[in-house]
Ligand binder design. Sequence first.
Ligand code: HXC
Length: 259
Amino acid sequence: MAYQNLISEIKENILYITINREKALNALNKDTLTELADVIAFANKTEQVRGVILTGAGEKAFVAGADIKEFSGYNGEQGEDLAKRGQDLVFNAIENSSKPFIAAINGFALGGGLELAMACHMRIASDNAKLGLPEVTLGLIPGYGGTQRLTQLVGKGKAIEMITTATMVTASDAEKIGLVNDVVPQADLISKAEEILNVIKQRAPLAISAAIKSVIAAVNNGDGYLTEIKEFGKCFETADFKEGVTAFVEKRKANFTGK
Ligand code: HXC
């Protein structure tokens, strides 16, 4: 896939997406969001892709936010449209993806950049990373789901503190408050994300999707227990369930096919 603002490649069933606007600290302009929407749809429909690692180009920034330079002249309606389109096509699309997404946060994750990382299912940060939602310094608030997902991840009090003060937290503080899963030296960032996906790759793909869907339902639509019941039931209809149980009884490693 050839993109202007992204690098994307598949290696050993992992799709690597790198936001590639290093000079603008990988800020999300409209074209980048359009390309992200496209590559997320590709990840969903491509069987070969078992997981996704999303990162930013260079060693300074994951993503420093939405592209502020595109904002000038926007009115309320355009602002609302920007947030809605972005949420629908990119941020919610990542969260609702059937494939596990890991954000590899290699530096600044600010505003829309932190919102992008929070839309992913897991976050690994390099030890130089700084994370925050500085929108109020621009007279705005987060618009790509940040008020909701930060609250889900760190709780109401800390979320309100971070959003209203616009202060950044270090990677190690982010780990302490549950905003990132793990912190590693920058050189180990991608291999740490790969380590997690390489374990997931050994599991039954449909069960992975069902598990993610059920966990997301816990925080998003209030019917998490029902979602879990339905998804649990659906797993019994899969060939991989039969294979998993047979392999256990036969004392061998399961050979899952994603069916
Ligand atoms: C556009 C950006 C950018 C952004 C950085 N750049 N962030 N361009 N949009 N969000 C550009 C700078 O203009 C500059 O290009 C280049 O990247 C390097 O940035 P510097 O500021 O020179 O680097 P530095 O001094 O090291 O400071 C790094 C930084 C700072 C602390 C990350 O760049 C910064 O505060 N950026 C903005 C962060 C932010 O407010 N994000 C939230 C955006 S609002 P030039 O060509 O000028 O040299 C948002 C809303 C989401 O995300 C919701 C929408 C619905």
